[in-house]
Every structure is written in C-alpha cells, then in structure tokens.
Design a protein around this ligand. Structure first.
Ligand code: A2P
Length: 406
C-alpha cells in the first residue's frame, strides 16, 4: 500500500488478534477483498490492501486500526498472521495513527463504498465502548436462560439474562458484548470472544437492574451446512442460573437509536437479528409512558411462526405503538416470503417514512438479506418520487441507515 514511508518500507495494515471479536465486519466492508480469515484470526493481505480505510470506521473494537512499518520484502504473510495471538512489536519507527496516514494517502470516500452509516444518529446517547477487555474482563451471573422458539421448531434460540451485580456495565440499544467461552481450541490457545447484540434496553432487562439480555441461536451447522457444535452458542444455551460468564465490551458506536422526540424507527430483521430491535422497541415502549412519540415499523422474517423469537410478546404490542409485519419463508402450503417482499407490500407506508428526515433505518440479520432490503428500499423510494442514490447518501451521512448482517 502507499503511505508516507520510504519506498523500501511498507506501512502494513494488520488486525490485532487480542482485541478482534471476529464479527466479520471488516471482511464484509473491504471493497477489494484484502481481508480474510481462518477459524482463528482475521488477517489482511499485504499485497492487496491499498489502505483505503473503508474497513476502519465500521470496526466495533478498533482491532482493525493497526499498522506496522516493515521492509516491503519482509511483509507479514497471511500465514504469519494466522498464527498470531498478539501483534508483533513495532520494529521500525513510526506507527502513525490511521487518520494521519489517511491524510497523506487520499482514499476513496467511504460513502462510495460502505453501504450503511459509519456515524450514529445525531441525537444518539454517547456510548461507552471497551470498558472491559480480554486482559481485564467483567464477570456476570446468569439469572435467566429461556428457550424462545417453539419446542416444535428445529431452531433452538435462547433468551439469556446476565446480571453484573455491582460492576458498572453501561450499554445502549444496538451495542454488543463479547463472551469469552471457557476452554481452549485444539491448538491449546484460549477461545476468542464471540460477539452478541444486546437485546435489552439501556436501563436493564428488568428496569432499574444492572442486567442485560442476549438472543442466542444454538449453532449446529457451519456455513457449509456440515454438522458442527458452535463453541460459544452451545456454551451459552446450556448455561444455568447462577453460572458465571466472562464478558468483554461493550462494543459499537454507530448502530444506535435516535433520542430526539418524533424520531421514527424502521426496523428490518431476521432471526436473532431481532435482538437490537427488541432493545430499541422496549426502550421506546418504556419511554412511551413518558410521552415519547415517533413511529415504529418492524419487518421481521423467520422460517415459520414457530421459529420467530419473541413472537408472543411482540404480538401483544399495540398497533398504534408498533406497525409489525412478519414474513415467513417456509410455512407449509404458503409461498416463500422474505422481509423485502413484506416491505414492498407496504411500500406506501415505507415511502412515507423514507420521506421523513426523522426516520432511522436499522437492518440486522442474515447477510443475504442486505442486498434484497436495499433493493426494496431503492425501488420504493424511486416509485414514490425520491432519488434513491441521493437519499441513500443522505441516510448514510446523517447516521440514519444502519446495517449489521452476518
Ligand atoms: P429461508 O427459508 O430461505 O432460509 P434463519 O432461520 O436461517 O436465521 O433465517 C431467517 C429467515 O431469513 C428465514 O425466513 C430465511 O429464509 C430468511 N432469508 C434467507 N435468505 C434471505 C435473504 N436473502 N433475504 C431475506 N431473507 C432471507
């Protein structure tokens, strides 16, 4: 990559394995496929990375923002990086902060590359991030662990409540935490942290208590569909009341909700992507009693009704509080229906929200949905007199379009 260093030196972009929570955001964001991963580490291909910085703002932990000046001929290979537990020391002088380097190394504007906002809504509360780290984690006690999906459903999704006791663990809706599962990998090293979105509002799963909840799906298949037991999800789903859990975080400073009166939330999710939507909805529900206004519109997708987490509580929320639209893809005898199909069916109301500068859009769930949801938003906007390219840019710039897919 280019940088303010001598020709024979390379300012090599690296990811700190001690801090990285393996959320895949960087790999998804990189416009030129310079980032890859194995079962352990996320790494940067020195010969591909051009230092465009697109991956830096979206990283929830800052693990991405590491640079080492190395002789170009001795750049760390991805195999070197796969083997690391910690970053190597800076052996050549200058470890310029990323922003400084960016100033020397003009890069494409991230708004041209990144699909969602890299800034929070203007009225979001200021989040605390990384209060607890691998080296100094927090401990929480399990005070609840309930299955959310119907017992007839193949998906085993749990609602897990963690209590921090007297330990300060301030969070906002849309943030996530990292869980450090016990035990070691096959190579004898400790497991890395797994990231989970918080499903409860800032004032606690139970209002006024120092607790948070998570929505965790037991992983029994890998991405290729082969049988496997997800290390952390199985650990969490099998926890009992009173068990102690090791937690790092909180993480995330952009996927946050607006707090100004009259702000609207357009929420689109599948499966466990419902966690931040539950947190935001519950926060607004509690505030509603204090007169908070603004519309909430939710599109929620699952294979079947039985597989939809929080189905019961969701359906008891009044229509004048939240406009709930469900999309089921595998209901026997019914055509496949995705969230983007439901959005198109409600195009008039979605368009009305899109026209309002107080609307904030949140998308969380399967990676595949991102394309379809953005296409639906674009088509709806265009059909209702808006220019999507302009609106999309505006939404991103104003912290009003937040995407979290995996
Ligand atoms: P599908 O029946 O095609 O898998 P999961 O249960 O795997 O977490 O998925 C949640 C829901 O998201 C399912 O209804 C699933 O449908 C749906 N889904 C899968 N791919 C997409 C996509 N590209 N866009 C929107 N929804 C999707």
């Amino acid at each position: 990559m280019n940088g303010p260093v001598a020709e024979h030196l390379l300012r090599q972009h690296l990811i700190d394995p001690e801090i990285c929570i393996r959320c895949n955001t960087c790999e998804e964001t990189c416009p030129i496929d310079a980032i890859t991963h194995d079962g352990v580490n996320y790494v940067v291909k020195a010969e591909v990375c051009n230092g465009c910085m697109a991956c830096v703002p979206p990283c929830p932990t800052g693990a991405i923002d590491n640079w080492r000046n190395v002789p170009r001929a001795q750049a760390y290979s991805i195999d070197d990086q796969f083997g690391w537990d910690a970053l190597p020391a800076q052996s050549v002088a200058v470890n310029a902060p990323a922003a400084e380097a960016a100033a020397h190394d003009p890069a494409p504007a991230t708004s041209d590359i990144v699909r969602g906002s890299t800034v929070p809504p203007w009225s979001a509360a200021r989040p605390y991030v990384q209060l607890y780290t691998h080296k100094a984690p927090a401990r929480a006690i399990v005070v609840g662990n309930y299955r959310l999906t119907d017992t007839s459903a193949p998906s085993d999704i749990h609602h897990i409540v963690l209590d921090f006791g007297a330990v300060a663990f301030p969070v906002l809706e849309g943030q996530s935490i990292g869980i450090l599962p016990p035990g070691t990998r096959a190579d004898g090293h400790a497991h890395h942290a797994r990231q989970y979105s918080i499903a409860s509002p800032r004032d606690g799963e139970r209002p006024g208590y120092n607790n948070i909840s998570l929505t965790v799906k037991r992983v029994t298949r890998d991405h290729g569909g082969n049988a496997t037991d997800g290390v952390c999800s199985n650990y969490l789903c099998d926890l009992h009341k009173g068990d102690e859990v090791t937690v790092i975080g909180p993480f995330g400073n952009t996927f946050l909700m607006p707090n100004h009166p009259g702000s609207h939330l357009l929420m689109i999710c599948t499966g466990t992507g419902s966690a931040p939507m539950r947190a935001m909805t519950e926060y607004r529900r509690r505030r509603r009693l204090e007169g908070a206004a603004g519309k909430l519109m939710l599109f929620f997708g699952a294979r079947t009704r039985e597989e939809l987490p929080y189905f019961g509580p969701l359906m008891t929320l009044p229509n004048d509080f939240i406009d709930t639209n469900l999309a089921f893809s595998r209901t026997p005898g019914q055509p496949k229906r995705y969230v983007q199909d439901a959005m198109r069916e409600r195009a008039v109301d979605v368009a009305q929200l899109l026209k309002d500068g107080n609307t904030h859009v949140y998308v969380c769930g399967l990676k595949g949905m991102e394309e379809g949801v953005l296409a639906a938003l674009g088509d709806i906007a265009q059909a209702h007199g808006m220019v999507w390219a302009t609106l999309w840019d505006e939404l991103k710039r104003e912290g009003r379009l937040h995407l979290e897919t995996y």
